[in-house]
Design a protein around this ligand. Structure first.
Ligand SMILES: Cc1ncc(COP(=O)(O)O)c(C=O)c1O
Ligand SMILES: N[C@@H](CCOP(=O)(O)O)C(=O)O
Length: 452
C-alpha cells in the first residue's frame, strides 16, 4: 500500500515513510492511494479482541511492517490500558450507547493511536539505528498522550507546543511533570491554532525537518487516523444487528481527526448510517455542515478546551475525497480559503454528517442532565455530544476523556469532583515548562539546542 499527498506534489511513499515524515513535503496530508473494501471481512472479525482486530485492520495498511512485528507493537500498545475491553461500549438507554475511550495511560482517546505510534517509532529508530525528534501541537490531550507514548524510548526527544493558560491544569501537569529529560513542554503565547500553524511552518521547512529527523504525533500523521478507525470498527462489531442498521456515531470534534477516522471506515464498506460532529462554541464545523459555508473565525476559550480549534487540519483529508480525489481542486479551495477566509461548498448534500454546537451554558447543563438521567458522569467534551441527539437513530457517543481531567467544570455542574489515581499523583510533582512566542524561528532555535 502506498500513500499519496492531498496536494499531489509528493511522490507516493510507503506506510513507514509516511509515518516517519508525518506531513507530506508539499504541505499536504498523506492518505492511502486507494481504499480497500473491508466489508467481506467483517463477519470473521466479529469476535476478535481489540488487539487482534487492530492487528488485522492495520496489516492492510502497514504492508511494509513484518506481520509478527506489527502484532507485537499492537499488543504492547494496548497492554497499557486498564479496562479488559480496551474500548468498552456501554448501553445507557435503549437507543443510546457510550463508547468509553479513556482507559489508556493519559485518560483520553488519544492514547489509542499514540501508544501505538510511540511503539512504532521505537521500532523504526531501532531498525535504522537513528534518532528522532518528535514535534507536536496540542490543546491538551494529544501532548499528554504523545509524551506518555514516547516516555523512556531511547534515541527520542519530544517537543510539544501548547497554548499557555488554555489547557486544564491537570492536562498541563500530565505534560510538564514527567521529570523526563527528553520531554520539552513549550507553552506558547497564543491559541492552539497558532501552535498548529507554527508546527506546519516548521515541517514545511524541509532542510530543518530532514536535519533533525522531525516526526509528527498530531493527526496529520496517517498512523494516528488509521489507529483511531479501529475503535469505531470494534464498537460497530459489538452492536446488536438491529442497532447497527441505524447507528450514528456522535463525535466531540476539534481537529476533525477523530470523526474523519470513522468516516474513512465507512468509505471502506462498513455500513455506518451517519456521523454527528459535536463542537463547542468554536463552531466553524457546525456552521459548515448547516450552512455549507466554511468561514474561519477567532478561537474562544471554552469549558471543553481541547476542542478550542477553528482550523481543523484533517478537514483537508475530507476535502480530498469530497473533491473527487483531485489535488488540483484541493489546492484551489485551500488557496481561496487562505485568500478570503471563506469558501462555499456545493458538496454537503453528498455528506453523511450532521452537527451541533454547545455553548458553555449548554455544556454545564448537559453534564448535569446526563448525570441526573443516567447516573453517568461525562467530561465537558463528551457532554457536547449529548446535545440534540437524533431520536430516529441509535447514537453511539464517543466519550473522549475521563471526567477527572476537568474537575472544576464537573464540580460546577453536579457538585462532585471525580478523581483518578494517575492524576492525583501528579499534583505534588514540580512543573517543568518553557515559555516561547508562537514563532517558528524561536521554536526552531529551541529545538536545535535540544534535539537528539
Ligand atoms: C477530549 C477531547 N475530545 C475531543 C477532541 C476533538 O478531537 P479531534 O481533534 O480529533 O476532532 C479532543 C482533541 O483532539 C479532545 O482532547
Ligand atoms: N484536541 C487536540 C488537538 C490536536 O489534535 P490532533 O488530533 O491533530 O493531535 C489535543 O488534544 O491536542
Amino acid at each position: 500500500m502506498k500513500y499519496v499527498s492531498t496536494r499531489g506534489l509528493t511522490d507516493p511513499v510507503s506506510f513507514n515513510e509516511a509515518v516517519a515524515i508525518g506531513l507530506a513535503p508539499d504541505g499536504g496530508l498523506f492518505l492511502p492511494e486507494s481504499l480497500p473494501d473491508i466489508s467481506p471481512r467483517l463477519p470473521a472479525w466479529k469476535n476478535l479482541s481489540y488487539a487482534e482486530l487492530c492487528t488485522e485492520f492495520l496489516s492492510i495498511f502497514a504492508t511494509d511492517i513484518p506481520a509478527d512485528v506489527l502484532e507485537q507493537i499492537v499488543h504492547r500498545s494496548y497492554g497499557t490500558f486498564t479496562h479488559p475491553d480496551i474500548a468498552p461500549l456501554r448501553k445507557i438507554d435503549p437507543k443510546l450507547y457510550v463508547l468509553e475511550l479513556f482507559h489508556g495511560p493519559t485518560l483520553a482517546f488519544k492514547d489509542f493511536a499514540l501508544q501505538f505510534l510511540g511503539n512504532l517509532y521505537g521500532w523504526q529508530c531501532a531498525q535504522k539505528n537513528r534518532s528522532i525528534n518528535v514535534l507536536g501541537a496540542t490543546s491538551g490531550d494529544t501532548g499528554a498522550a504523545a509524551i506518555h507514548g514516547l516516555l523512556g524510548k531511547p534515541l527520542t526527544a519530544i517537543f510539544i507546543l501548547y497554548p499557555e493558560g488554555r489547557v486544564s491544569p491537570l492536562q498541563e501537569r500530565q505534560m510538564t511533570c514527567t521529570g523526563a529529560a527528553n520531554v520539552h513542554a513549550i507553552a506558547i503565547d497564543g491559541s492552539f491554532d497558532d501552535a498548529q500553524r507554527v508546527l506546519k511552518d516548521i515541517f514545511a521547512n524541509k532542510s530543518f525537518a530532514t536535519q533533525h529527523n522531525l516526526s509528527a504525533v498530531n493527526s496529520i500523521n496517517i498512523a494516528r487516523v488509521l489507529a483511531q478507525s479501529v475503535y469505531y470498527l470494534y464498537a460497530w462489531l459489538r452492536l446488536p444487528e438491529a442497532d447497527r442498521e441505524k447507528v450514528e456515531f456522535v463525535v466531540p470534534t476539534g481537529n476533525f481527526g477523530n470523526v474523519f477516522a470513522g468516516w474513512l471506515l465507512q468509505q471502506m464498506g462498513v455500513p455506518i448510517l451517519g456521523f454527528k460532529v459535536a463542537t463547542n462554541r468554536n463552531d466553524i464545523l457546525h456552521r459548515l455542515f448547516t450552512t455549507a459555508e466554511y468561514r474561519s473565525g477567532e478561537v474562544h476559550p471554552s469549558l471543553a478546551p481541547s476542542m478550542d480549534i477553528q482550523v481543523a487540519s484533517n478537514f483537508e483529508r475530507f476535502l480530498y475525497y469530497a473533491l473527487d480525489e483531485s489535488p488540483t481542486r484541493v489546492n484551489a479551495v485551500l488557496a481561496q480559503i487562505k485568500a478570503t477566509g471563506s469558501y462555499r461548498f456545493d458538496l454537503l448534500n453528498k455528506s453523511v454528517f450532521s452537527s451541533s454546537a454547545a455553548s458553555d451554558e449548554d455544556i454545564a447543563a448537559l453534564i448535569k442532565r446526563v448525570y441526573e438521567r443516567y447516573r453517568y458522569i461525562v467530561d465537558p467534551h463528551t457532554a457536547c455530544a449529548f446535545k440534540d441527539l437524533n431520536p430516529q437513530r441509535v447514537s453511539v457517543v464517543l466519550s473522549t476523556a475521563h471526567p477527572a481531567k476537568f474537575p472544576a467544570a464537573i464540580h460546577a455542574a453536579i457538585g462532585q469532583e471525580p478523581t483518578a489515581p494517575a492524576l492525583d499523583e501528579l499534583k505534588s510533582r514540580p512543573i517543568v515548562k518553557h515559555r516561547l512566542p508562537a514563532d517558528a524561528e524561536a521554536i526552531k532555535a529551541f529545538i536545535t539546542q535540544r534535539a537528539v
